[in-house]
Ligand binder design. Structure first.
Ligand code: C2E
Ligand code: CA
Ligand code: CA
Length: 723
């Protein structure tokens, strides 16, 4: 590519053109010629020159017209145009500049000077172009980065802002220097004083500063900016003379922060604070109440029939109900605020949704517990009013538990837990009421109550899991079944064994719901193993004896089997002998119904109860599980050996299968084999393991069996498709 500067010489005088050309070519320029304005424009169209030497008067199109048109062409505004005029022709000179000429030279041309003039023009034009480009870049960068800058000349008290700074400050587009006061008029009135003070300090002590403040746009919108200000000139040992500021529009970041805050701190459904924000608010309220010796009330609110509405009318109805309830609760609290005199510190109340159908209320201005009780009653009342949700009139109702600071707890956790416990007591005492936390209860009873409260929540929050222990054929060592054993994945205490919570289940009124959950989960698990292509085995569930007096049990079992397409043989039920202690007729009838369906029953922990085998004959049972206390000392204690062998003999005479529990050693297994026990469970083979692991065990079993024996799959274990 030719790097010589390209000059276009436009003159109708061919001799002058040639001379000019010769002069410029000699010093290294590349020169083209045109005989009139029209020809010049065509030449420019074909290739943009670096400089144009343009005669004023020419035929076809004169120099003024050509120059004016050149300036309109793309890129034509950056080319220096030097007009050639007659000496003393001031009128032409004026017209030339009006037409957009960069400079002029007079004819006759001084050939010795011409190359220097041209070179000078080229350099000046390059410098101007660079400057303009830099300004464009800076302006673009500021626009893209949402930044602007300004300089404040304190002597003249004028500010020169960049275009972008001007715009960020909400002014019309104009970048001329303005009186300083005029520039800062759009600063938010609440921030103005702070900004002025910071500027004054900078002027006196000569040090820069950074500040975040707001700006009010002409349309009233509020913009957030960050300003970084420096002193760029000052009198020696004196005040500043010139400040420079960079202003950054951080509205977008603020919006994002606000958005993140909302997501992190608020419940999207009701717009109420969530647990996290509420805990923070409560923490602050406790600190304040402690300092000023004031009382707080923390109220746990739980809707009574939310689950039913959700299940029968659907999630949308459930959501609407929750929004409606939150609105009603807030309404009660607003009226409470207008009654209680506001102490001016903080909001006198706050309300939050903890998830599900649980709300929590904090009252910060509670002279005594009676006041809290009055509010609690109003909360209960408002929830007891019927509402219309999706065209259906619904009574929801709610229970409220109240704990007071400082009496019922000094920290967040204790207060929340005690309010929760009180709420649970309100529920237990009959729905639709409130309870104040009762300190008179002794510690043991309290622990228990808390545990029960937590158990209820554990079920709602799906914290229970089932582990599976294989049941093994004593002779072949083949896995012939499994027992589902419940564990509680406690959020703080880790995986808890059933001994730590099953004894409380009855008092918590959870026997039925937990039993139902176990049945449902086992059926779902069986179906999942089957769907994964595994040969499933019958799985036994443990049911509390009281559950066997539930008339709904057989129907429920049938439904779970049907829903998951699981054959009845795949589900077994274990109960203890205590089943016969109360209302044996009912239990027997229900057991018979289950047996008719094909669900087998076994007696768990056999030998520890009072019932005789003969008595148990009334029940349609398929097997007995010998309690592991007998198995433990089987090898060393002749009494246990005698008991176990008697149980096995009797059971066999009644055509019952016998399962030994808690087999840990080969020696115990050898005894059991000799005694012709049918099956066993125990650590010798495996502990109760997670479903995935048990699935792998079934997989291994299938692999071993297909290697040694022809595929054997009991016909009765074939699944039917769901639905
Ligand atoms: P269980 O029905 O007699 O269950 C057998 C218990 O013995 C299980 O304890 C099991 O892990 C343990 N075990 C198995 N093999 C051995 C062994 O070789 N040595 C020893 N030392 N122990 C062994 P786990 O899982 O702690 O269950 C304890 C009890 O909790 C169960 O006794 C049952 O009565 C109750 N339970 C478990 N799951 C449920 C359930 O889903 N619902 C109800 N209502 N009760 C359950
Ligand atoms: Ca059992
Ligand atoms: Ca047992």
């Amino acid at each position: 590519m030719n790097t010589q500067p390209r000059i276009l010489v436009v003159d109708d005088d061919a001799g002058g053109r040639r001379l000019t050309r010769a002069t410029l070519t000699k010093v290294g320029f590349s020169v083209r010629e045109a005989g009139d304005g029209q020809a010049a424009l065509e030449a420019i169209q074909a290739e943009m020159p670096d400089l144009v030497l343009l005669d004023v008067s020419m035929p076809v199109m004169d120099g003024f017209t050509a120059c004016a048109q050149l300036r309109q062409m793309p890129g034509g505004d950056r080319v220096p145009v030097v007009m050639m005029t007659g000496l003393d022709d001031t009128q032409s000179i004026d017209r030339a500049f009006e037409a957009g000429a960069t400079d002029f030279i007079t004819k006759p041309i001084n050939w010795a000077v011409l190359p220097h003039r041209v070179r000078y023009m080229l350099r000046a034009s390059a410098a101007i172009n660079d400057l303009q480009q830099n300004q464009r870049r800076l302006s673009n960068a500021q626009r893209i980065g949402e930044m602007g800058d300004w300089e404040w000349d304190l002597r003249a008290d004028r500010i020169a802002p960049s275009e972008q700074a001007w715009r960020i400050f909400g002014h019309e587009r104009d970048t001329r220097a303005v009186p300083a006061e005029g520039f800062f008029t759009t600063v938010h009135p609440d921030d103005s004083e702070r900004l002025h003070q910071a500027c004054d300090r900078a002027v006196t002590n000569g040090e820069g500063f950074a500040i975040d403040h707001r700006i009010v746009m002409p349309d009233g919108a509020v913009r957030h900016v960050h300003q970084q200000v420096e002193v760029i000139e000052r009198q020696p040992e004196g005040p500043a003379l010139r400040l420079a500021g960079a202003v950054h529009d951080i509205s977008r970041r603020k919006d994002a922060e606000e958005q993140i805050r909302r997501l992190a701190y608020f419940d999207p459904l009701t717009g109420l604070p969530n647990r996290l924000l509420f805990s923070e608010q409560l923490g602050k309220a406790i600190a304040q109440a402690g300092r000023y010796q004031r009382r707080l009330a923390i109220m746990f609110v739980d809707l009574d029939n939310f689950k039913r509405v959700n299940d029968t009318l659907g999630h949308n109805a459930g959501d609407e109900l929750l929004r409606n309830a939150s609105g009603r609760l807030a309404g009660v609290l607003r009226s409470h605020d207008s009654l209680s005199r506001c102490n001016g510190d903080d909001l006198p109340h706050s309300i939050a949704r903890l998830g599900g159908d649980e709300f929590i209320v904090l009252l910060t201005d509670v002279p005594n517990p009676d006041d809290a009780a009055a509010v609690a009653q109003r909360l209960v009342d408002t929830l007891n009013e019927p509402v219309t949700i999706q065209g259906t009139e619904i009574f929801v109702g709610g229970s409220v538990g109240v704990a007071m600071f400082p009496e019922d707890g000094a920290d967040i956790d204790t207060l929340l837990m005690n309010a929760d416990t009180a709420m649970y007591r309100a529920k237990a005492a009959g729905r639709g009421g409130f309870q104040l936390y009762d300190r008179s209860m002794n510690a043991r009873a309290l622990d228990r109550l808390r545990m029960e409260t937590r158990l209820r929540r554990a079920l709602e929050r799906q914290e229970f899991v089932l582990h599976y222990q294989p049941r093994v054929d004593v002779v072949s060592g083949r896995i012939v079944g499994a027992e589902a054993l419940i564990r509680w994945q406690h959020p703080e205490r880790g995986l808890l064994p059933p001994a730590e919570f099953i004894p409380l289940v009855e008092d918590a009124g959870l026997v039925i719901p937990i039993g139902e959950w176990v049945i449902e989960t086992v059926c779902a698990q069986s179906a999942a193993w089957h769907a994964a292509g595994l040969d499933t085995v019958p799985v036994a569930v443990n049911l509390a004896s009281t559950h066997l007096r539930e008339r709904g049990l057989p129907g429920l079992v049938a439904k779970a089997l049907r829903t998951h397409g699981v054959p009845a043989r795949c589900l077994e039920i274990e109960v203890t002998e205590s089943i016969l202690l109360a209302d044996p007729e009912l239990s027997v009838a229900i057991a018979q119904e289950l047996a008719t369906m094909g669900v087998q029953l076994s007696i768990d922990d056999f030998g520890t109860g009072y019932s005789s085998l003969g008595y148990l004959k009334k029940l349609p049972i398929a097997s007995l599980k010998i309690d592991r206390s007998f198995v433990r000392d089987l090898v060393t204690d002749p009494d246990d050996e005698a008991i176990v062998s008697a149980i096995i003999a009797l059971a066999h005479s009644l055509k019952l299968r016998v399962v030994a529990e808690g087999v840990e050693t080969e020696a115990q297994l050898a005894y059991l084999q000799a005694m012709r026990c049918d099956e066993y469970q125990g650590f010798l083979t495996s502990r109760a393991i997670e479903p995935v692991e048990f699935g792998r065990m079934l997989e291994r079993r299938a692999a071993i069996e297909s290697a040694f024996t022809p595929l054997s799959r009991p016909a009765e274990l074939v699944f039917s498709p769901a639905g």
